[in-house]
Write a protein that binds this ligand. Structure first.
Ligand code: GTP
Ligand code: MG
Length: 228
């Protein structure tokens, strides 16, 4: 990274997006986070509720706060409160565990969908606690990840989650779709880069008048807060 890019981190981020990871126990959420944020395939026994990833896209400094509510927090999980301030949601299943994929469709996505339906009448424009705040129509963007692709081989292939079926599900819920391996560092960066680019593209623009009264489009600033 050059000096210009290094010094950009001293500035405030242009955007801070909050992303939530959901999926069965053992699906691979913590390793996705380890790989993406720390660049390793590490220990998953400790409890970290979120990690922060700093990115530069088109010379703009973007910060992602990614939640991994793996362990504990049962009452918090049931309360759905964690959906409240998200911009992106990542549903993660284990490619070699069909049940974990079924669970995404029948439990994790349905849970999220119910939250959206239950909260559709909540006024959404004023509070950064509303899901998707600052995005067009306040709709969080979704990424579906099938992970542990390194474990699929010709012997267990038929018992694994079918790629086309998973892609079809992702398409049906307007989600991005990737198969990844945190262990072999395959597609983890690309999947989050794609999600982040989509978030930037979906960030609302506002019209701003300059001195000559000409109107220009600017992205609406939001979610800039004091997370380090
Ligand atoms: N081979 C392989 N193993 C993986 C991969 N990702 C995760 N694992 C392993 O799968 C197990 C579960 O991974 P975690 O990341 O802890 O799963 P989790 O979704 O965070 O699970 P909970 O915290 O219990 O909800 C661990 O033993 C990981 O090392 C991968 O891409 N390839
Ligand atoms: Mg975990």
């Amino acid at each position: 990274m050059n000096n210009k890019n290094n010094s950009i981190y001293l500035e405030k981020p242009k955007y801070l997006y909050t992303i939530l990871m959901r999926g069965d126990n053992g699906a691979g959420k913590t390793q996705v986070l380890n790989r993406y944020v720390d660049g390793d395939f590490g220990d998953t026994s400790g409890y970290v509720d979120f990690k922060v990833k700093n990115l530069i896209i088109n010379e703009e400094y973007i910060k992602l706060r990614i939640w991994d509510l793996s362990i504990g927090c049962e009452s918090f999980r049931r309360s759905q409160a964690y959906f409240r301030n998200i911009h992106g949601i990542v549903f993660i299943y284990d490619i070699i565990n069909i049940e974990s994929f079924t669970s995404i469709k029948q439990h994790w996505y349905e849970h999220y969908k119910k939250f959206r339906l239950d909260n559709k009448d909540v006024p959404s424009s004023k509070s950064s606690l509303n899901p998707g705040y600052g995005l067009k129509n306040n709709i969080p963007q979704i990424l579906v990840i099938g992970t542990k692709s390194d474990l699929r081989n010709k012997d267990n292939y038929k018992k694994c989650v079918d790629t086309d079926q998973a892609r079809e599900f992702a398409n049906s819920i307007n989600a991005l779709f990737y198969e990844t391996s945190s262990k072999d560092n395959i597609n983890v960066n690309s999947s989050f880069l794609d999600l982040t680019t989509q978030l930037i593209n979906c960030t609302e623009t506002i019209e701003v008048s300059n001195n000559n009264d000409q109107k220009t489009q600017q992205k609406k600033p939001f979610s800039i807060c004091s997370i380090n």
